[in-house]
Design a protein around this ligand. Structure first.
Ligand SMILES: *[C@@H]1O[C@H](CO)[C@@H](O)[C@H](O)[C@H]1NC(C)=O
Ligand SMILES: *[C@@H]1O[C@H](CO)[C@@H](O)[C@H](O)[C@H]1NC(C)=O
Ligand SMILES: *[C@@H]1O[C@H](CO)[C@@H](O)[C@H](O)[C@H]1NC(C)=O
Ligand SMILES: *[C@@H]1O[C@H](CO)[C@@H](O)[C@H](O)[C@H]1NC(C)=O
Ligand SMILES: *[C@@H]1O[C@H](CO)[C@@H](O)[C@H](O)[C@H]1NC(C)=O
Length: 946
């Protein structure tokens, strides 16, 4: 403790000194005047800007004013952001705001401002974000805004702006997002906007635009979302709109359009098409739309002809609305035939057309809603088989959602009236904390039914915010026309603090308000509706950078001392409880099942007594790990062989028959790179598996530096190859094939010679058996198993388990071998980090320096292989066989290739070893399969005594 005191006081001193240095700087006088002028035009009933008088804007906490921490070349501090979101401000925007000449973000969203947008804003050359949405601004859009060549985002939606879109906007050469919707903008859309090569999202819906649709728009090279609903165009949809190279969403609902629907089948990634409520006529183009389509809404037009057969080949389709047209022919009976997990629910609305018959068997699955009311086929006195679709129910496209809050925690210790609540998906039970509450709206999502996308959305949001997944809770969501409003809660990290600290709050708010989220077509643009600080956050001020620095260090000191105290008390608790439970007699679960104990040939069947003796009555001191299945103990058999005993927990117990079937299956799996099963115990209501012991622990221990030595590059390659071979055996040699489902560095064990052995395969991990139609039976695909950070994103999304899911997880292990990093740490995902470094040509900067020297071409190929394994698209990932081949060929490039390969070849034959000999040769037995989650915290697992 004494040693620590000196550097801390030095830190505090130096940070005070730094604070003093910054104190001496002042804001540029012209900017101070500008801010005072801006304030003078605002009406501020809540007195949010009361502190815009005292002292200096950049160094005295002026609300919503953010400055650079260092002085510019002119010796002054400069304002680079004005953040006045949601502050009940009215009044107008003073033209003097333009004197903030270094401004990058001007944010007045969700206030009550009136008057027009000052044309002077066009002279703030550095402006990147101009955010004026949700006010009552009127007048027209100034031509001068077109000068903002650095402008990335212009949001003036939900105001009362009138007049035309200036042609000068064509020179907004950095613009990605133009949101002008919900105003009264009129006139012709300038075709010149097609010059903005950077444009991603163009939202012009709910205005009074007229004239024709510019055919040049299809030249916009990266345009993803074009939303023009509720305007008054006339004429046709240009045929060129079939040539958009990157469009994901085209929505031109209720725009008085005529003529026929162009062929849109050549737009490769189209997901969402809404052309409803127009006067479109003629047939629906028959060519197949993109396989990514979630929504096709062509309702309320004058379309005729029949439904193209190609609609039955859209696996992601969630909604097909064709109601109120003049469509004829028969009702299709197979639109849902290729439906995947992604769509999960499908609405097909064919009401009020002229469908006269059904050919074939009309029997959609339960999750498909089909509506046929108002068609001749319904009035023919038909069979009940058809009439059950003839009712005229409505609604139900996008039910609002409320995430269930099922906590069984004691109510009294987390008072909700105090803005504290239990963290809903906390990894720690009943952790009471205060969330940040955020109103958030997807302005133009490309789906019709949210549940299948909820999980990926949570992953997307938490990754962007650098938070853990459990820290986000989507409290509720509801559709508002084409938009989706959500209420989010963000919780602080459990076991750290019950509230976010100021710096975190500022960081998170900053990400929301500066749109630092990566774009995603699926979710489309978002808007922040509110970020209101309530409860413990209410008094939180938003200091400028200067204050941050010293406070940050103080917070860090406080936090680390808390962590220190917590760790010490955890240790003491552990020692005390360990002592208490040491002499407790262990009881078997006699009551659980009858005393039947079947025997199995070729495996040693241990008695319960043998197991109890070997593990000192399942003494906690012999526990070496805890997996999903139960605790793992290190045991000494009577003949002094060391084994690992996995004892099933009550929840993991299986029926006798299933247990023995699995043992039988496991007993047939033998490979040099798999941890072997030596026996089992099936007595007294207990189920245990007995494995060979691995004296060198897990790969994760080696990578995290828990061991004294480090693995060099060639050892790492060998471990990679060994693991891949073990898994290849499971995939190709086992009958039936076994998918591991939980490959991770803590499931790769190392024997006395550091040979990799894959552990924890088997139990309930059989590869799904395909049914007659080649689809995975439902029961296999419902529960996602695995460990965060290693889990194949495609498997998450589709719940379809394939061999490529194991390839992904192994790829993550490869990345760990290369970088020494954890798959997820501080919310950073290893795949993303390595991909970014790789693309930036910085790969070698994140290679684990502890592995000494290495031939760089070998590392390069290994990195390329690992990243290939981690492709999002499973089809692009190599097979396990390809992985083994590539690793072998990398090994051959190594200087010591011959020695390594001959050593590996001497035991590995590519075929299973004879089971008897592998048993006989097993000297040290045991697997110390420790589940990753217990190791992450680095805290000794606490065990509740039975
Ligand atoms: C900033 O605000 C805090 C809290 O209101 C106050 O304690 C601090 O003195 C202020 N800093 C300056 C330089 O005015
Ligand atoms: C001021 O800060 C912003 C945001 O951090 C940065 O982009 C800009 O380059 C800084 N300007 C100067 C002159 O330091
Ligand atoms: C936009 O305008 C439409 C039509 O007037 C209205 O239904 C909608 O609520 C408005 N606001 C948003 C955010 O869409
Ligand atoms: C679906 O969209 C993804 C991008 O989100 C794209 O990579 C993929 O190629 C698309 N598939 C088809 C069939 O268009
Ligand atoms: C959809 O199903 C049909 C009939 O089973 C099949 O021919 C077609 O290839 C499937 N399409 C896709 C994309 O799976």
């Amino acid at each position: 403790m004494l040693k620590l005191r000196v550097p801390i006081s030095a830190l505090v001193l130096s940070c005070c000194y730094f604070a003093y240095l910054v104190e001496a700087r002042v804001t540029a006088p012209s900017e101070v005047n500008a801010l005072i002028a801006v304030k003078s035009k605002l009406v501020d009933p809540m007195k949010h800007l009361a502190n815009w008088e005292k002292g200096d804007p950049c160094t005295s906490n002026w609300t919503g004013v953010l400055c650079n921490g260092t002085v510019g070349t002119d010796g002054y501090l400069h304002v680079y952001e004005i953040q006045l979101l949601n502050m009940n401000l009215s009044g107008s925007i003073a033209p003097a705001v333009a004197q903030l000449s270094r401004l990058q973000i001007l944010d007045f969203m969700w206030n009550e401002l009136t008057g027009s947008i000052p044309k002077e804003i066009g002279s703030i050359a550095s402006l990147r974000l101009l955010l004026l949405n949700g006010n009552k601004l009127s007048g027209s859009l100034p031509d001068e805004l077109g000068y903002l060549s650095k402008l990335n985002r212009l949001q003036v939606d939900e105001n009362q702006i009138s007049g035309p879109i200036p042609k000068s906007f064509a020179s907004l050469s950095s613009a990605k997002h133009l949101h002008l919707n919900n105003n009264t903008i009129s006139g012709q859309i300038p075709a010149e906007l097609s010059n903005i090569a950077t444009l991603l999202h163009l939202l012009l819906d709910n205005n009074k635009l007229a004239g024709y649709l510019p055919q040049e728009f299809s030249l916009l090279p990266v345009l993803r979302i074009l939303q023009l609903d509720n305007n008054n165009f006339n004429g046709e949809i240009p045929a060129s709109y079939g040539e958009f190279p990157n469009l994901a969403k085209l929505s031109i609902r209720n725009c008085s359009l005529e003529g026929s629907i162009p062929d849109l089948s050549q737009i490769p990634n189209l997901r969402f098409l809404d052309l409803s409520h127009n006067q479109l006529s003629g047939p629906i183009p028959s060519n197949k739309l993109s396989a990514n389509m979630t929504t096709v809404d062509l309702s309320n037009n004058l379309l005729d002809g029949s439904i193209p057969a190609s609609f039955s080949d859209l696996p992601s389709l969630q909604r097909l609305s064709l109601e109120n047209n003049s469509l004829t022919g028969s009702v299709p009976v197979n639109i849902w035939q290729n439906m995947t997990f992604i769509s999960r629910k499908m609405l097909i609305d064919l009401q009020k057309n002229s469908f006269s018959n059904v050919v074939g068997d009309l029997n959609p699955p339960e999750n498909v809603t089909l509506r046929l009311g108002g068609n001749p086929v319904c009035s023919k006195g038909n069979t009940t088989n058809i009439s059950r679709f003839c009712g005229n129910e409505s609604g139900d496209d996008g039910t609002p959602g409320n995430s269930a809050n099922s906590t069984s925690c004691p109510p009294q210790s987390c008072p909700t009236d105090n803005f504290f609540e239990y963290v809903p998906s906390s990894p720690v039970e009943c952790f009471c904390a205060s969330p940040l509450r955020i109103g958030y709206r997807l302005k133009s999502p490309s789906f019709s039914y949210f549940p299948p996308y909820e999980y990926p959305f949570e992953v997307y949001l938490t990754r962007s915010l650098n938070l853990e997944l459990y820290q986000l809770h989507i409290d509720s969501y509801a559709w508002e026309g084409p938009r989706m409003r959500m209420y989010l809660k963000l919780f602080p990290e459990v076991n750290v603090s019950r509230t976010f600290n100021e710096i975190e709050v500022q960081r998170i708010k900053g990400i929301f308000t500066s749109w630092d989220f990566p774009g995603d077509d699926l979710y489309g643009p978002y808007e922040l509706l509110n970020f209101t600080l309530l409860g413990p956050y209410k008094t939180m001020i938003f200091p400028n950078q200067k204050v941050n620095i010293s406070k940050g260090i103080l917070v860090a000191i406080v936090l680390s001392s808390i962590a220190c105290v917590t760790a010490i008390s955890a240790m003491i608790t552990f020692l005390v409880t360990r002592r208490k439970t040491r002499y407790q007699p262990s009881l078997s679960r006699k009551n659980l099942s009858s005393k039947v104990s079947m025997k199995l040939e070729g495996m040693k069947a241990f008695t319960f007594r043998e197991m109890a003796v070997a593990t000192d009555n399942f003494n906690r001191s012999t526990q070496v790990g805890q997996g999903g299945y139960g605790k793992v103990y290190k045991g000494n058999l009577y003949d002094n062989t060391v084994v690992a005993v996995k004892r099933a927990e009550e929840g993991s117990l299986q029926g006798q028959k299933e247990f023995l079937t699995e043992i039988k299956m496991l007993s047939r799996l033998h490979h040099r790179n798999l941890v072997s099963l030596v026996g089992y115990c099936n007595e007294e209501g207990e189920q245990m598996l007995v494995y060979e012991f691995m004296p060198n622990g897990t790969l994760r221990d080696w990578l995290s530096g828990k061991t004294k030595e480090y693995l060099n590059f060639s050892m790492r390659l060998r471990i990679a190859l060994g693991s891949a071979k073990g898994i290849l055996y499971l995939h190709t040699e086992a009958h039936p094939p076994v998918f591991h489902r939980d490959i991770k560095a803590s499931n790769i064990l190392l024997d006395s010679k550091l040979t990799a052995k894959v552990a924890d395969f088997g139990l309930s991990r059989l590869a799904p058996v395909l049914d007659d139609e080649g689809t995975v039976p439902h029961h296999v695909s419902t529960i996602v198993k695995g460990t965060p950070g290693y889990l194949d994103p495609e498997y998450f999304l589709t719940h379809k388990l394939t061999d490529k899911s194991d390839v992904y997880s192994l790829g993550v292990v490869f990345l760990e071998l290369l970088t020494g990093m954890q798959p997820i740490s501080h919310g950073k995902n290893i795949v993303r980090e390595v991909n970014m470094a790789h693309r930036a040509g910085m790969m070698f900067s994140i290679i684990d320096s502890r592995m000494g020297s290495y031939p760089s071409e070998c590392v390069e190929r290994f990195v390329a292989l690992a990243l290939l394994c981690c492709y999002d698209n499973p089809e692009k990932r190599p097979s396990m066989l390809d992985v083994v081949r590539e690793l072998e060929s990398i090994l051959k490039m190594m200087p010591d290739a011959d020695a390594i390969l001959s050593e590996m070849a001497s035991v590995y034959s590519g075929k299973s070893l004879p089971s008897s000999s592998s048993h006989a040769s097993m000297d040290p037995y045991i697997s110390s399969s420790v589940s990753g989650s217990d190791l992450i915290s680095g805290v000794v697992p606490t065990v509740t005594p039975r």
